[in-house]
Design a protein around this ligand. Sequence first.
Ligand SMILES: C/C(=C\Cc1cc(O)c2ccccc2c1O)CCC[C@H](C)CCC[C@H](C)CCCC(C)C
Ligand SMILES: C[S@@+](CC[C@H](N)C(=O)[O-])C[C@H]1O[C@@H](n2cnc3c(N)ncnc32)[C@H](O)[C@@H]1O
Length: 235
Amino acid sequence: MTSSTKPTDKEIQNIFNNIAPIYDQMNNWLSFGVHHVWKKMAVKWSNAQPHHQGLDLCCGTGDLTFLLAKQITHGKVYGVDFSPQLLAVAQEKQQQKPSINNITWIESDVLTLPFDDNTFDCATMGYGLRNVVDIPLALQEIHRVLKPNSKVAILDFHRPSDSLLAQAQRWYIDNIVVNMAQYFGSTAEYAYINPSLDRFPCGEEQIKLGQKAGFNSAIHYPLAGGIMGVLVLTK
Ligand SMILES: C/C(=C\Cc1cc(O)c2ccccc2c1O)CCC[C@H](C)CCC[C@H](C)CCCC(C)C
Ligand SMILES: C[S@@+](CC[C@H](N)C(=O)[O-])C[C@H]1O[C@@H](n2cnc3c(N)ncnc32)[C@H](O)[C@@H]1O
């Protein structure tokens, strides 16, 4: 895989399996802990309520799944990911959280979700949409499994419209992020972020894709000056 070619499903899976042991620590260091705030905002925008059935797509090590589960005190939450190594970290983390007992972890590709139509009252996806090999299909699947009027909040990197900030973001990822990853022997895995962001549709395009997938409402909220964003889709 060269940095400009789009990786296959298997290559994406390998990237995340490889970085499982350092994934959480790197996110905390690189974002100075701020990714937890962005994740809380995504849960709020998903409109999760105590009796809901919730779904966290591309759940990885489960940060968003745990936040959803805290909000959904009387319902069930499903965390879905195709990386067994990241799911294992999520399950280890759950053992340190005995009060959270409403999560089911599922190893699956989010492009073929193992759920019936109209199952979920709310959903989240953190840093997943940019990584799936077929974004329109992922949005169609989310639309299929959500109940009518339910929301999904999709958090991901975004290129800011301010060109100086966009350059600073690119520099930060190519230098700080990749150099820190090099220390752990994971250069290639983190060097993949910038090209994946170059290919990722901007907020306006994401809104159109959401509408095309059948959602009644689509809003994109820029975060931190537009270096991140949350796409909120309502079925
Ligand atoms: C939450 C973070 C990363 C998630 C993440 C997403 C991916 O798609 C990956 C793919 C492959 C490997 C790893 C990942 C991955 O970890 C961390 C976000 C950190 C960002 C670089 C944002 C940092 C913002 C800071 C507040 C600094 C701002 C710097 C400025 C723009 C100069
Ligand atoms: C950057 S991580 C995000 C993890 C977590 N949601 C978070 O916010 O920290 C991206 C995740 O998407 C998962 N992923 C990518 N494509 C997927 C697919 N087609 N099906 C299931 N999981 C996928 C990866 O395994 C990885 O766990």
